[in-house]
Design a protein around this ligand. Sequence first.
Ligand SMILES: [Zn+2]
Length: 96
Amino acid sequence: MINYTPGPWRAIRQAFAWSLENMVGDVVFSSLLGPSSSHEEANVRLVAAAPDLYETLAREHQREYETKNGAMACQGFGEECDVCALLTHVERGSRL
Ligand SMILES: [Zn+2]
């Protein structure tokens, strides 16, 4: 399991920077505003949604392939399954 600041995160635009904060106000990340981009706000909001996206994907994949004894039974676990490959990528920073 990846060790990150628990979500949900929210994107907050300040005078000269964007910040991502969790629900108790801990700053997860901040970045000075650069040249304005039409994608800037959408990009920050997408990053802010990362914990929810990651947790939902991992939970739903586990639910889909969980056996009756709770073991993971995805046939492509770790290599061939696109979802497992993506989760591994996020957890280890490896390339897809
Ligand atoms: Zn899988």
